[in-house]
Design a protein around this ligand. Structure first.
Ligand code: FAD
Length: 531
């Protein structure tokens, strides 16, 4: 018997192995393709009150940040909570063999793709709005709302009963589920805490498709986990939000400081005051702005027009304290006296006192006015490389010296908010991550980039500035925490959560063990195994 030469045997074996490999690979590819293309059919077969859209999915791959785009395979427009539960349960049942993930999309006002799902399913939470909004009066009034409800609509509905939520964001065209997944902070937070401190009960659909009602007393681990939980443990389908009697009007005041430490001392004095001072306390940094006070005149009146007209902002870095006092029409005289009294205790530049009187709705919906204006100029849908930081009180001066005195001396490319809040108003059992100290500041760099600019108003330049700020915080050990956090590695997430990371991971394995939910946060990745 003649044996083929060894080299020929090797060659034919290699060919055989190669053919097998090719066959195997093409089978796998076909299988994956089949699996993938069969997804719409399995989803289409689900019994729903609402519907899936497999074609118009591009909108779900966009957000306010305008920098990240991940196309989903389908968008669910749910009409009921059971639509959401059925879809999640279906994907849970598919197990780790399916790569499908699910992102709830509130109003898509995330900055880095947090409400997107690459080749997954996006749930358009706003479809769930409507029939659920119910206001309950009594000693502790509240409103039950859908997770996809916009805060502006909650305001209008609760005002019909003379009531309103206690804690807000600066901009109200955001959804309940979206802000409760972060924290929800504005100038009322020093007194009432963030929005996550003003919720009594939630209804949540977990990553296994279970519908769970939770509160401080019932399923409290899920309740605390979901609040500030970046969408990781469940989808909020209903929230019970605390209300208070709504005022009629608002006295809205701005004053300027040229010295940061005087500004910060006054802000801290106001938020720590034993008696109620203002109802809203914020502030912002003004860098190198010309004709600043003239611009304010369209909506604010100077207390002393002559002195105010002589004030020059050009080339300077200034700090603006912004406060507001709510009142009912019959209280106007008392309120004016109170304001005079509070203001007399502050050390602002006297010629820069500006006042305005607006309705409560005008005050709360103030950012929407800017939105309409920016949209009309095509300046709303531009890249927004925002950076939001929580900074401990003991380090805010170091931060201000370096960032406003050095890194951002020339221009800011958008508003920079800066105001302190009291940690005692935050519930440390929630998932929100904040600094250790009793008082910490929110500093929000709300930048807009000019598309395709390579100058100081371009995206690259702003991102480099953000990086410089973060590097300074790191090297100076400021104990800073990111708000609306964004990281690319799990190591960074672990560092962000610090000692709370273990609880976060434990909650993930309890409520979303396959890591199906909110993939756009990039904290956990769904582990996919081949069958
Ligand atoms: P989305 O961007 O759609 O979702 C955000 C995250 O929450 C995603 O991970 C998403 O999957 C998840 N999610 C959405 N809905 C649900 C749900 N029902 N259940 C569970 N998870 C869900 N924040 C403040 O705190 N204070 C402010 O003053 C403030 N002002 C802002 C002003 C503007 C102009 C913008 C654009 C944002 C502002 N934000 C502010 C940030 C805002 O709170 C977050 O961007 C928030 O995520 C946006 O809400 P959204 O409804 O669009 O959520």
């Amino acid at each position: 018997m003649r044996y083929p030469p060894v080299c020929l045997l090797r060659q034919s074996n290699i060919l055989l192995i190669r053919s097998f490999m090719l066959l195997f690979l093409s089978c796998v590819t076909i299988r994956i393709k089949l699996c993938f293309s069969s997804i719409p059919y399995t989803l289409k077969a689900l019994p729903l009150d609402g519907h899936f859209n497999f074609d118009e999915v591009h909108l779900a791959a966009k957000d306010f940040g305008n920098r990240y785009q991940f196309l989903p395979v389908a968008v669910l427009h749910p009409k009921s909570v059971s639509d959401i539960a059925t879809t999640i349960e279906h994907i849970w049942q598919m197990g780790p063999h399916s790569e499908l993930t699910i992102a709830a999309r509130g109003h898509g006002h995330s900055l880095q793709g947090q409400s997107q799902a690459h080749r997954g399913v996006v749930i358009n939470m706003q479809s769930l709005r409507g029939p659920y909004m119910q206001v309950y009066r009594g000693n502790s009034p509240y409103v039950d709302v859908s997770g996809g409800e916009l805060w502006i609509d909650i305001l209008h509905q609760s005002l019909k009963f003379g009531l309103a939520p206690k804690s807000w964001t600066d901009y109200l065209h955001l959804t309940v589920g979206g802000t409760l997944s972060n924290a929800g902070i504005s100038g009322q937070a020093f007194r009432h805490g963030p929005q996550i401190s003003n919720v009594h009960q939630l209804e949540v659909v977990t990553g296994k498709g279970e519908v769970v009602t939770c509160s401080e007393k019932q399923n409290s681990d899920l309740f605390h986990g979901v609040l500030g939980g970046l969408g990781q443990f469940g989808i909020i389908t209903r929230a019970r939000i605390l209300l208070e009697p709504a005022p009629d009007k608002v006295k809205w005041i701005r004053v300027l400081y040229s010295d940061f430490s005087t500004f910060a001392i006054d802000q801290e004095k106001l938020i720590s005051a034993a008696e109620n001072t203002f109802d809203y306390i914020e502030g912002f940094v003004i860098i190198n702005r010309t004709g600043l006070l003239n611009n304010w005149r369209s909506s604010f009146n100077p207390q002393d027009p002559v002195q105010a007209s002589q004030f020059k902002s050009d080339g300077r870095t200034l700090f603006c304290l912004e406060v507001a006092k709510y009142f009912h029409l019959d209280e106007i005289d008392v309120v004016n006296q109170e304001i005079e009294n509070y203001m007399s205790q502050l050390s602002y530049i006297t010629s820069t006192l500006f006042l305005s009187e607006v309705t409560y709705v005008e005050f709360l919906d103030r950012v929407h006015v800017s939105e309409v204006m920016l949209r009309s100029k095509g300046l709303w849908e531009v890249p927004h490389p925002w950076l939001n930081l929580f900074i401990p009180k003991s380090k805010i001066q170091d931060f201000a010296d370096e960032v406003f005195g050095n890194i951002l001396k020339e221009t800011s490319n958008g508003p920079i908010l800066i105001y302190p809040v009291n940690k005692s108003k935050w519930n440390n059992r929630t998932s929100a991550v904040i600094p250790e100290e009793d008082i910490f500041y929110l500093v929000a760099f709300l930048t807009s980039a000019v598309p395709s600019s390579t100058g100081t108003d371009g995206l690259e330049h702003i991102l480099t500035q953000n990086k410089k700020i973060l590097e300074f915080c790191e090297t100076a050990h400021l104990g800073v925490k990111q708000y609306l956090p964004h990281y690319t590695t799990q190591e960074e997430w672990r560092a962000h959560f610090g000692p709370r990371w273990e609880v976060f991971v434990k909650r993930k394995s309890a409520y979303d063990p396959l890591a199906v939910l909110a993939p756009g946060q990039r904290i956990f990745q769904k582990a996919i195994t081949s069958s």
